[in-house]
Design a protein around this ligand. Structure first.
Ligand SMILES: C[S@@+](CC[C@H](N)C(=O)[O-])C[C@H]1O[C@@H](n2cnc3c(N)ncnc32)[C@H](O)[C@@H]1O
Ligand code: SF4
Ligand code: SF4
Length: 278
């Protein structure tokens, strides 16, 4: 599908499920679903009344023990909306760098608070923090578009620093508020029969969750451990989650002709949990 924005490019996706020496290549950080929007398709039920729990040394240490910390590793901040808590995000980036994290950092943002987003990008001493914008809010397809002032500021930054700000995928998955309330173009991809096999999440309540889209689900199928769990066990549990996706989840979705995320949203009671350690 051709993007409606000509300045921001889609990021090319990397290999899925990579684990080396018990370290996972990428990790998402999720501090809650507090947001300055409440998109009708939002996978995490984002809302101004949502929750936010600050990043702390304890749980950033847990991510540093679990993710690859060399230049191959990537830590992705999302939410909710990261620019609502700029100070805490800037502190967290500084902490990760002080502790020796050399990889890339990505900030998922709706871009409405454009200056705050640029402040976050500029705060990284290694200059390896980039942004990924919400496709619907950047283009106005499926959500009210961000203010033109914000859009122009972000486009200008991307034109001057190519690759600094990407645009997210146009796909809408059936998770959280899901595909039914979605009002964007009919041609936007929906109801994918296969799971995209995302990297896991450390929530700032101290739990590791297997899926960034289903992160508001408390189902035991997604619980990989906590900040107190041995990091090797978290990595093994993540590998087991992928095994479960391939051997239990995907055959069930195919047999029942369901979209992959619909199975996670509405049918987990019918599926055994992955065989996790601890
Ligand atoms: C949950 S948002 C959080 C960060 C920020 N508020 C934003 O909108 O970019 C992260 C990404 O998930 C995407 N997203 C939200 N709901 C989705 C859905 N139902 N299907 C696919 N992507 C979705 C958003 O477009 C955004 O790119
Ligand atoms: S998609 Fe992003 S901007 Fe929209 S409600 Fe969810 S968290 Fe907020
Ligand atoms: S199929 Fe399940 S695990 Fe995969 S992205 Fe959808 S909700 Fe997440």
């Amino acid at each position: 599908m051709v993007s409606k924005n000509k300045v921001f490019k889609e990021r090319t996706s990397r290999d899925r499920g990579v684990i080396e020496n018990s370290r996972i290549m990428e990790m998402h950080l999720y501090p809650g679903n507090q947001c300055n929007r409440d998109c009708d398709f939002c996978t995490v039920f984002g809302t101004p009344k949502g929750w936010y729990q600050e990043y702390t040394p304890e749980h950033l240490d847990a991510v540093l023990n679990t993710v690859m910390v060399n230049s191959l590793g990537t830590i992705k901040f999302y939410g909710g909306e990261p620019t609502l808590n700029t100070e805490n995000v800037i502190w967290a980036i500084a902490y990760l760098r002080e502790q020796g994290f050399e990889g890339a950092i990505v900030i998922y943002s709706n871009g409405i608070q454009a200056q705050q987003l640029l402040d976050i990008l500029h705060a990284d001493p290694l200059g390896k923090t980039t942004a990924s914008l919400n496709y619907s809010i950047a283009t106005g397809d499926g959500a009210p578009q961000m203010p033109q002032k914000s859009l122009k500021l972000l486009e200008q930054h991307e034109l001057e620093n190519p690759g600094a700000i990407a645009i997210g995928h146009p796909d809408i998955v059936d998770s959280g508020r899901g595909v039914d309330p979605f009002t964007g173009e009919e041609t936007r991809p929906k109801n994918n029969p296969k799971c995209p096999h995302c990297y896991p999440v450390l929530k700032s309540d101290g739990t590791f969750h297997a899926c960034p889209f289903a992160v508001e689900s408390d189902a035991p199928h997604f619980q990989l451990g906590t900040t107190q769990t041995n990091p090797e066990t978290v990595a093994e549990n993540f590998r087991e989650f992928f095994h479960w996706l391939d051997t239990v989840h995907e055959p069930y979705a195919a047999a029942n002709d369901l979209a992959a995320c619909t199975v996670c949203g509405n049918h987990l009671d019918e599926l055994p949990t992955p065989e996790y350690k601890e």
